[in-house]
Ligand binder design. Structure first.
Ligand code: HEC
Ligand code: CU
Length: 361
């Protein structure tokens, strides 16, 4: 696959649904550029030679104006440029629209590695395994500086920035091993921020999943379970219960809801909103509550925030109980204290004691 010592193929494989379309546009623009450049250069050379000093050519009545020629010289490039604009705008919209049925994988960029986190809990460093033919959506964030996820064979690239989630989607069409690169100069070891993308057929993918990604003997906790663990460790349930209460608002079904802040602005509770609400709660205070939520800031890793959000997404209030939708009665929900929540606030004194201690911590 590489080109000798460069280990780099300037014309990478076409291994995603978008690749051939991208290449058609790329080569059209490249060829047009070359054709027009050559045309102008050759004309310059031709006339420079023809009219050089001392040649015997007819220099009477030089032409000063030619409407037809002018219209041609503006019209042809205009039509070509608008055509390319329309064509590339269509591709841009296609590439930036996230497919609804995509398999979501989380990606955290850090100096200098790529960390991937699958929904089922499998973690990977500098390696990403995906099944062939299935749209994949990477939800990405950086832990430090600006990086850029670049998958040349997928013709996919997007910035990975600190403090905000970005997304990148691609549909691999050909099993194989491909490159993961960082396309943003991000420090001294930027060039070593590389990895491998493994696109697997159904059988290989099944085996890989079965073995928990080969690297773990036991099945790892999935995102929701891991989130429940963080929720418990950090004592979120000391304040947040199934229903709004004086200590904190309920987080059941919060994703996608419109929240009103104390300054009467509103915000849609998307992933970015939840991340900010958890890491830097004092930035915006939800109307109806005080600024009493502890600042979790750097005590939570980006992975833990992603896990918490998956856990929050899974919360529901059913039959008056505050439970996980997917695994009611299992460890996370049933072990009494912080996760199973006291909606009636019967134990509010105990709750407050916990609440104080978690704040002092
Ligand atoms: C000391 C009580 C307390 C604890 C502990 C606490 N919160 Fe909060 N939380 C609040 C309060 C009060 C608000 C509303 C005021 C605000 O926006 O900061 C809030 C708001 C939020 C919001 C925004 C909700 C909305 O209505 O828009 C999220 C999300 C959230 N908390 C998540 C968490 C998570 C996750 C944890 C554990 C890591 C946690 N909280 C721990 C008290 C708490
Ligand atoms: Cu980087």
């Amino acid at each position: 696959m590489g080109w000798g010592i460069f280990q780099y193929n300037p014309i990478p494989d076409q291994a995603s649904a978008h690749a051939a379309k991208y290449d058609a546009l790329f080569w059209t623009i490249s060829i047009l550029t070359v054709v027009f450049t050559l045309f102008v250069v050759l004309l310059i050379l031709f006339y420079a030679i023809k009219y050089r000093r001392g040649t015997k050519v007819d220099r009477r009545n030089p032409m000063t104006h030619h409407n037809g020629l002018e219209a041609l010289m503006m019209g042809v490039p205009l039509i070509l440029a608008l055509g390319i604009f329309g064509w590339s705008a269509k591709q841009f919209v296609e590439v930036r629209s996230m497919p609804k049925d995509a398999m979501e994988v989380f990606c955290i960029g850090k100096q200098w590695m790529w960390h991937f986190q699958h929904m089922n809990g499998i973690r990977e460093n500098n390696e990403l395994h995906v099944p062939v033919g299935q749209p994949v959506k990477l939800t990405m964030i950086s832990q430090d500086v600006i990086h850029a996820m670049y998958l040349p064979e997928m013709r996919a690239q997007y910035h990975v920035v600190p403090g905000r989630y970005t997304e990148l989607a691609f549909t691999p069409t050909k099993p194989g091993r491909y490159k993961i690169l960082c396309a943003m100069h991000c420090g001294t070891q930027h060039s070593e921020m590389v990895g491998q993308l493994y696109v697997m057929d159904d059988r290989e993918w099944g085996e890989w999943l079965e073995k928990g990604g080969n690297k773990y003997k036991d099945k790892p906790l999935n995102m929701v379970e891991a989130g429940a663990q963080v929720w418990k460790d950090k004592g979120c349930g000391n304040c947040h219960t199934g229903l709004d209460n004086p200590r904190a608002p309920s987080l059941v079904g919060i994703l996608g809801k419109t929240r009103t802040m104390t300054d009467r602005t509103t915000a849609v509770a998307d992933r970015d909103y939840l991340r900010e609400a958890i890491k830097i709660p004092h930035n915006r205070i939800t109307a109806g509550w005080e600024n009493t939520m502890p600042v979790y800031g750097s005590t939570l890793t980006e992975t833990q925030v992603l896990e918490l959000v998956e856990f929050i997404k899974s919360l529901s209030v059913s039959r008056g109980e505050f439970q996980r939708t997917d695994m009611a009665g299992s460890t996370a929900a049933s072990d009494g204290d912080s996760t199973a929540v006291d909606i009636s606030n019967k134990g509010s004194s105990a709750g407050n004691a916990q609440f104080r201690s978690s704040e002092e911590r």
